[in-house]
Design a protein around this ligand. Structure first.
Ligand code: FAD
Length: 353
């Protein structure tokens, strides 16, 4: 296993559950130090792509089973819509979500304001809400998986080469020496392109920098604040300790601040106490890249999550573990193969932030 973020740790955990004993997880820095530690922690079943909804339902079961250990706050996800075309798209997605058992529903702007009274709703057309959604602490999820996996975890140890003979993997070179193996699972996040190249496997993932900011006070918002997203601008926020966490599609605070102050005016009066930025691991159609490479035998990968990798880790980790042991996958994720682009089978997810 290469990469100790949410995906690598979840896969190690599921390999253990399937009875695999000799798992080695390589992390060149520290567990969770990549994109996972920079995530907002959002977990939602409100997607437009059926496969993402199925992944979410499977993952929600697992997150719920971890309970307080991962600080899973099921305070819902609230999407705010101010464009007619978005209302139509979200209504179609709600019908699909509900047909799969998701209890998402449409709200009027006034109903959205009952949940978060500080919202400016004058220009809103509609909102959608799902109570089962929420947010958790990504590093806690990684630690939980790592602890339960019983894998050999080598932190500060980079994979530097993959030895291939006649299209078969025979070993991995690391900064601490060589490991003999016939199987590599690449969970290296935005760096998966480089790891794939070590084995001659093209993985079309690019980094896109995203920032988050934190306030020390909450502006009087309710105790239960859903992860609220102003969909047209990408501005989002949720409660974080005594204050708020917020972000958007832009990297700079002055750009996100425009939409933020318009939708949540109290935010304009709150000081920013801290911030961070990290990489979105983005694929060409903003959907995940998951599967087993054709170029070389037993090179498996999961990357390109385009802003929703943390929340998909349980179901995708389970899937990778099933591929490793040759078990019939619980979910058919073959449409997410990295080969879909060459085959002209792109699969765009529209509910991306
Ligand atoms: C600001 C922000 C907000 C986000 N919000 C959300 C959200 O609300 N919900 C959500 O689901 N997702 C969110 N995301 C996206 C999410 O963070 C990622 O999709 C997810 O964390 C990817 O996890 P990963 O395990 O694949 O990658 P990472 O966490 O990046 O882990 C990859 C690891 O591989 C290691 N590595 C790389 N190369 C090597 C090598 N050669 N040898 C050994 N180790 C190596 C790295 O050090 C790294 O630790 C957000 C991202 C950002 C930046």
């Amino acid at each position: 296993m290469i990469g100790g973020g949410a995906l690598g740790a979840a896969t190690a955990y599921h390999l253990r559950r399937l009875g695999v004993q000799d798992v080695v997880l390589l992390e060149r820095d520290a567990l969770g130090s990549g994109s996972t530690s920079k995530a907002a922690g959002g977990i939602r079943a409100q997607f437009a792509d059926e496969l993402n909804i199925r992944i979410a339902l499977r993952s929600l079961d697992e997150f719920e089973s971890f309970g307080e250990e991962i600080s899973f706050r099921q305070h819902g996800y609230l999407f705010l819509l101010d464009r007619l075309e978005d209302v139509a798209t979200f209504r179609a997605a709600l019908a699909l979500q509900q047909s799969l058992g998701v209890q998402s529903r449409e709200l009027t702007p006034a109903q959205a304001a009952e949940i978060v009274p500080q919202l400016e709703i004058g220009d809103l057309l509609a909102a959608t809400y799902c109570e089962r959604d929420g947010y958790a602490t990504p590093e806690a999820v990684v630690q939980h998986y790592a602890r339960e996996s019983d894998a050999t975890i080598l932190q500060g140890c980079a994979a530097t080469g993959i030895r291939v003979q006649q299209d078969r993997i025979v070993g991995v070179e690391t900064s601490a020496g060589r490991i003999d193996t016939d199987t590599v699972v690449c969970c290296a996040g935005v760096w998966s392109r480089d790891v794939g190249a070590l084995a001659g496997v093209p993985l079309p993932v690019e980094g896109e920098a995203r920032s988050m900011w934190f306030t020390p006070e909450d502006g009087g918002l309710p105790e239960r604040v859903p992860l609220t997203i102003d969909f047209s601008t990408g501005f989002y926020f949720h409660r974080e300790g005594p204050g708020l966490a917020f972000g958007g599609r832009e990297r700079a605070l002055e750009d996100v601040a425009v939409a933020a102050a318009r939708r949540l005016p109290v935010l304009a009066d709150l000081p920013v106490q801290s911030s961070w930025w990290g990489w979105y691991d983005v694929s060409p159609d903003w959907n995940a890249l998951v599967g087993e490479a054709r170029e070389v035998s037993r090179f498996l990968y999961a990357t390109g999550f385009s802003g929703h990798g943390f929340q998909q880790a349980p179901a995708v980790g389970e899937h990778l573990a099933e591929l490793v042991v040759g078990r019939e996958p619980t979910l058919d994720l073959s449409p997410f193969s990295a080969e879909r682009f060459a085959a002209g089978a792109e699969r765009p997810e529209t509910f991306v932030v």
